[in-house]
Design a protein around this ligand. Structure first.
Ligand code: BTN
Length: 318
């Protein structure tokens, strides 16, 4: 594109264009400047910035307000802080690297730079607090759909599918590729805010130590890298769609079918680890409250609530 056209489109001077091109080059963009012809963008780096996400975003609310960090302690912590500072519903917080990434049950979430997605979405839902934990399932559903879109485009029809291990792990080829941590601030009957944090192993080539056995990535299955900002924008799009449906009913009556299509547990033997109560059964699917229905060995069907429960595959992680 000619310098002239860039100036006209953006309403800035030639000097401003020249400065910004210099800045972009420092960020890793390759831009060729040809005398009397203009600028040619040769390479867009896989960076997570407000500009890269914003230019791909196709939503009304989700991610429209966006804050990206090169490095931070935890995007969940940042999102909660921003919530206290009155940032709007739908604010997205991302980081290239987390120094204190948090997993469920007080565990750490390994968060090296440049290969994965670490993001948290701030929501101010006007729903009953007891229904808010189901939002984790909504994010799982949205992220699974978005991951499958990019995987399908890369590998074609025969691509392996990203599935959901209830309640909130994404699995691919028998390994965990994403986890979700939801935190909220609730007062009596009122939700101040909900923060849904998700970590997705996108372009991770290998994992340290013991993690290698259970963790996987889109890259490891597809054998190629993915533009992380594009995947973030797709997650936001899918989440917005499912969030609207969820808020109308405050349950999974409408989403149950879509969620079930991704559910890896269905028909499999699972071991339910409730505090003080452990049992084995066959997972049947989820009910309208997002609980996992498990048929116990003696034939009784129980609904398992996500809260304190851990569900393990009897024959391995899934
Ligand atoms: C799990 O244990 O499976 C949940 C992992 C959640 C990790 C994500 S990464 C982005 C957000 N920030 C955090 O500190 N944790 C979540």
């Amino acid at each position: 594109m000619s310098g002239q056209e860039l100036c006209e489109r953006l309403g800035v001077s030639r000097t401003a264009i020249w400065k910004i091109v210099g800045q972009l080059k420092e960020e890793g963009y390759q831009i060729e400047a040809v005398k009397n012809r203009g600028y040619h963008m040769l390479f867009i780096p896989d960076v997570i910035t407000e500009a890269e996400i914003g230019s791909r975003l196709n939503t009304k609310v989700m991610g429209r307000s966006c804050v990206c960090y090169e490095e931070t302690d935890s995007t969940n912590i940042r999102a909660k802080k921003l919530a206290e500072e009155d940032k709007p519903h739908g604010t997205l917080v991302c980081a290239e690297k987390q120094t204190g990434g948090k997993g469920r049950r007080g565990r750490a979430w390994s968060s090296p730079s440049g290969e994965a997605i670490y993001m948290s979405l701030l929501l101010r839902p006007q729903i009953q607090p007891v229904h808010a934990s189901m939002l984790t399932l909504v994010m799982g559903l949205a992220a699974a759909e978005a991951c499958n879109e990019v995987l399908g485009e890369a590998m074609g029809e025969k691509s392996l599918k990203v599935q959901i291990k209830w309640p909130n792990d994404l699995v691919l080829d028998g390994k965990k590729i994403a986890g979700i941590l939801t935190e909220m601030s609730v007062e009596m009957e009122y939700i101040h805010y909900v923060v849904i944090g998700i970590g997705i192993n996108v372009n991770t080539k290998s994992f340290p130590g013991e993690l290698e056995k259970t963790a996987g990535s889109l890259y490891q299955t597809a054998g190629r890298s993915f533009a992380r900002a594009d995947l973030i924008a797709r997650c936001m799009k899918c989440f917005e769609k499912y969030y609207e449906i969820f808020c109308r009913t405050e349950n999974f009556s409408v989403l149950k079918k879509s969620y079930g299509d991704f559910l890896v547990n269905t028909g499999k033997m699972v071991r339910v680890l409730e505090p003080g109560n452990e049992y084995t059964g066959t997972a049947l699917g989820i009910n309208d409250s997002g609980e996992l229905l498990v048929e116990r060995e003696e034939g009784q069907v129980v609904a398992v609530y996500a809260g304190e429960v851990s569900v393990r595959g009897v024959y391995g992680y899934v």
